[in-house]
Write a protein that binds this ligand. Structure first.
Ligand code: ASP
Ligand code: MG
Length: 425
């Protein structure tokens, strides 16, 4: 390959796990970049394939002292070696880098004394991104797509809320402003660093957000998320028949969809882009000739169809006072403090005279302790493993399809949004 030196344009590209899941995917990524007249200013890459899940298992094994730990690390090593093998003429440097990072991981695991699971999680899981970006950056450089690898932890600065780190925007934009606008950089999504220089993560699937943070601070012209789907659909084809590609979505509509759990765009991604009016393109990695979806100012939704969002593994709680008293602001503030303290994601609330219903997601495995904490003061009924369907721009026919998914436990309409909690059959 001849070297391709091209001026960077003010664009940010993000390639997720599926776009770097094997050697062929990396070759495709290279082909996409080679077709561009100029390289993007920044390429954000997340962990390869399902590697983040594999690293999560490492955390569990470590915390439970499982004997499987070292064989699991070796599986991760072999997964990456298999991707490297067909791609490099001289694979020694990139292999050394992989070994080096795995040694750092082993070193952390054998010397760590901090018992906080969320801290351990971020230190361990971040290696998925570090390994992936080293391989992708080396591969692109080898094939003439000249790029500079960055350790994103020198740029995205956060607080120490491990697994859900909050961005320090002032420090982050200060760091990002030091980048050379004529270069093409490649870096990790999902990660940041706290003031103590420990790795933090921005929440699962957070690398879209990383791309948006950079775009915001660089005043980029656009962000493109390359996906293993054609763009944003009006429903997840795994659970719904007859889906449609949305070609245009306004920021507001996209924020609503992401808020209710549409998984194509990470919910935090939109605000930094909307604030600087930076369009977001969601495009097909497999078919780059297609235009995909544009999220920008403009029409709320093209085409105008009902949109379905499904959240599974929810817990529906019905909470009432022990002494038949009303659910008032006084009760509710106590309940909300508990929900907040247990870091539940609250997805729906409904209040009536004697009971307060709330549909939550127990992201951090706190349900058992929550029950212990709330039981002395309230009567609780709950349904675990329920599904929450949100329908935007619902039609009667659209609502009918949801009623067939199981027994309806709760239903609520606010303006253009209907939410239905269903106990699956
Ligand atoms: N690798 C991380 C995850 O799978 C971040 C991302 O893919 O955006 O959650
Ligand atoms: Mg991922």
């Amino acid at each position: 390959h001849e070297k391709i030196y091209r001026k960077a344009m003010r664009k940010v590209y993000k390639f997720g796990g599926a776009s770097v899941k094997d050697a062929q995917a990396l070759a495709n990524l290279g082909a996409i970049l080679r077709k561009e007249e100029e390289l993007p200013a920044l390429i954000v890459v997340s962990a390869m394939g399902k590697m983040t899940n594999a690293f999560e298992k490492i955390v569990t094994s470590y915390c439970t002292h499982s004997p499987d730990l070292s064989s699991q690390i070796n599986d991760i090593r072999r997964f990456h070696l298999a991707i490297i093998a067909p791609l490099f003429k001289n694979s020694t440097p990139v292999k050394n880098n992989l070994e080096d990072l795995l040694d750092q991981l082993r070193h952390f695991l054998s010397t760590n004394t901090n018992t906080a699971t969320d801290f351990i999680y971020d230190q361990v899981v971040g290696f998925g991104e570090l390994i992936a970006t080293n391989i992708v950056s080396s591969y692109l450089n080898e094939t003439g797509i000249v790029n500079t690898w960055l350790d994103v932890r020198d740029y995205i600065k956060t607080d120490a809320s491990y697994r859900d780190a909050q961005v320090d925007w002032a420090a982050t934009s200060r760091q990002i402003s030091t980048l050379d606008p004529n270069k093409c950089y490649l870096t990790q999504g999902f990660l940041g660093a706290d003031p103590g220089e420990h790795t933090t993560t921005l929440g699962r699937e957070g690398s879209d957000y990383s791309a948006a943070i950079f775009a915001h601070c660089m005043a980029a012209e656009s962000v493109t998320i390359w996906k293993d789907v054609a763009g944003v659909l009006n429903a997840d084809p795994r659970y719904f028949e007859d889906t449609h590609l949305l070609t245009q979505i306004s920021y507001r509509e996209a924020i609503e969809m992401a808020f209710y759990g549409a998984s194509v765009i990470h919910p935090k991604t939109l605000k930094p882009l909307e604030n600087k009016n930076i369009p977001l393109y969601v495009r097909s990695f497999a078919d780059p000739t297609k235009t995909g979806t544009t999220v920008s100012k403009g029409k709320a939704l093209v085409p105008e169809v009902p949109c379905f969002i499904l959240k599974q593994s929810q817990i529906l709680l019905s909470i009432s006072a022990l002494d038949f008293s009303f659910m008032t602001a006084h009760n509710l503030s106590g309940i909300f403090s508990l929900l907040y303290a247990h870091r539940f994601k609250v997805n729906l609330i409904q209040n009536s005279a004697l009971s307060f219903s709330v549909c939550v997601e127990d992201t951090f495995d706190n349900f058992a302790t929550f029950l212990e904490a709330i039981k002395p003061a309230y009567k609780i009924r709950y349904w675990e493993g329920v599904s929450l369907y949100t329908i935007r721009h619902a039609s009667e026919a659209a609502l009918e399809t949801i009623a067939q998914k199981g027994s309806v436990l709760l239903r609520q309409r606010i303006e253009d949004t209907v939410q239905i909690v269903v106990e699956p059959i």
